[in-house]
Design a binder for this molecule. Structure first.
Ligand code: GLU
Length: 427
């Protein structure tokens, strides 16, 4: 049975690259009916923090990744690591140096790994120094614990980043010393930014948390991460997790570096926003509006639903939809300067807005269709193109030149609010 694991160190937030590693391991376990384990590599007790751990677990759940069996914490297993080190000293394979324990690496040996992504990789032990197992402060080293735990947990496949390729021969030496068979290794190239450099803060947001806050959907992030190093055999790009479970295989992991392209991610996000049931988008949208300063108590859910219908085809993230619709809730909405200068300084436009507000007054059912009819009639009477009314009205009520259909917008605002804003700009 396939047994894989994700082994984060809780010394920082969940990086997109690590989230992708977790995702591939998870997909492989679910595809094969195997197990996906979580092991927390918290041996560095100074740098490991509870808040990072909590957030990593939360982000994994948010992405839709669940784990099997109990979480293993390396900080609970120091005794095991120390005892194992003792045994290797007894066998004559390791020696003490002060309080540290060090493994003697036999020279001039060739170590080969048959990587599932990169194929054969050859190392010579002449390039490998003797390996510290237990540091002088008594804490164990990564390569040593990693092997002890991967053997103990009977891990069959290790999918992880290329940054660990150089650790692999060291780990193989430990497998040999412990008389264990190494698992299959599948190293995936690190994630790059669009400039081809390793994805880092310099490129913008790099943690799952940041994208969550920016209003990206978890389904979209999982989908996009999946495409960075793996491709579905049928070439499809919108692949929900459920479908990916069926299609995923280590065989289709790519050995070529993938670039994180924010524009592409935004496109994928918008695809998910358009397909997600309004009911499910609603709480995310509401939360985002409240974060922008909209009073939670005053929010009418029917209004939110209408706005989502109108704006989800326009905003690519939930936060974008909130910014675009902020004006429906608050009066301190930003007014686009170019639009203001173009439409709001003109005396003729001011007069049009004042007159338009008057003809709107008698409408009883303030519905888009009625508003449109009144607008067209008014244009006819004044011998104006409808656009001469529509553009300044849109800027007056929303501060923008773009948005949903003007009459639909006006219906949602309601007569009173529309007239109030038209009058504000007509004098
Ligand atoms: N804690 C290591 C890391 O986060 C795990 C590496 C591994 O998968 O072996 O990079």
């Amino acid at each position: 049975m396939v047994r894989v694991r994700f082994a984060p160190s809780p010394t920082g937030f969940l990086h997109l690259g690590s989230a992708r590693t977790a995702l591939f391991n998870w997909l492989y376990a679910r595809h094969t009916g195997g197990k996906f384990l979580l092991r927390i590599e918290d041996t560095d007790q100074v740098r490991s923090e509870k808040r990072f751990l909590a957030e990593i677990l939360e982000d994994l759940k948010w992405l839709g990744l669940d784990w099997d069996e109990e979480i293993v914490y390396q900080s609970n297993r120091f005794d095991v690591y120390r005892e194992t080190a003792e045994k290797l000293i007894e066998k004559g394979l390791a020696y003490r140096e002060g309080t540290a324990v060090i493994f003697k690496v036999e020279k001039s040996r060739v170590i080969e790994i048959d990587d599932a992504v990169h194929g054969k990789i050859v190392f010579n032990t002449d390039e490998i120094k003797d390996q510290v197992m237990i540091k002088s402060d008594g804490s164990p080293t990564y390569n040593f614990c990693c092997v002890i735990d991967d053997s103990w947990l009977e891990i069959t496949h290790i999918i992880r980043g290329d940054d660990h390729i150089s650790n692999t021969p060291k780990q193989i030496i430990f497998y040999e010393a412990l008389g264990q068979k190494p698992p299959v290794f599948a190293h995936i190239p690190l994630m790059m930014g669009m400039d081809g450099a390793k994805l880092s803060k310099r490129h913008g947001a790099v943690s799952v948390e940041e994208y969550k806050k920016e209003g990206f959907l978890s389904e979209a992030l999982a989908n996009y991460l999946m495409l960075l190093g793996w491709a579905s055999p049928d070439g499809k790009e919108i692949i929900p997790l459920k479908e990916a479970i069926e299609k995923f295989d280590i065989k289709n992991l790519s050995g070529v570096q993938a670039r994180f392209d924010t524009q592409k991610f935004r496109w994928i996000n918008s695809e998910y926003i358009m397909k997600k049931p309004i009911e499910e988008l609603l709480p995310l949208y509401k939360k985002s509006l409240v974060e922008m300063g909209v009073n939670e108590n005053g929010i009418d859910e029917l209004k939110l639903k209408k706005l989502l219908e109108l704006y989800r085809v326009r905003g690519k993230t939930v936060s974008e939809i909130s910014s675009m619709t902020y004006c429906f809730f608050k009066d301190d909405y930003p007014v686009d300067e170019i639009a203001f200068n173009k439409y709001m300084l003109d005396d003729e436009n001011k007069k049009i807005l004042a007159e338009f507000s008057k003809v709107l007054e008698p409408i009883n059912d303030f519905l888009a269709s009625n508003i449109e009819q009144v607008c067209r009639e008014f244009a006819g009477v004044r011998n104006l193109k409808a656009s001469k009314i529509i553009h300044p009205t849109r800027v007056a009520i929303s501060g923008r030149t773009e948005g949903a259909g003007l009459f639909e917008m006006m219906e949602i605002f309601g007569k009173e609010k529309v007239i109030e804003r038209l009058l504000k700009y007509s004098s």
